[in-house]
Design a protein. Sequence first.
Length: 162
Amino acid sequence: MTNHVQLFLYEEIMLLALRDEQGTIATGFVEQAVAGAILAELLLEGRISVESTKKQRVTLINRQASGDPVIDECLDKMGAASKPVTLQNWVHKLASIKNLRHKVAQQLCDRRILRADEDKILFLFNRRITRKSTQHLKEKSLKECAKPYSPIAMSLMRGLLC
């Protein structure tokens, strides 16, 4: 029996943004891409809807916990909003969640897709880097973990890198 790991869109974005050899992020706007991927995930799951007007306000339809800590934190933040917010503003608000990048990386480490290492910068500062786990990559390719709508993740990353 094979153990098949299903990745969320925002996890795919994080994996695409990683420099394999250095274990660092290839772009400075990964939080915005992750936030966009979270919103896309919620939209595809029918948890939010977006007005088809010019303002593109977001309505939370289903606030029920998903079991995923990152998505649940975003749902809590969206549920606490006092008034409707535009899609663009939600990307900004979700991207500003404290340590979003590290939460996503830690979640991937917990699932053994990444591994976390620490090194020193100028012998003074500790830096945490994440690399793709060789154990996971030997077992299965990351392409096998991708959802059918992975082109969305590729589009989000292409927009960041251009």
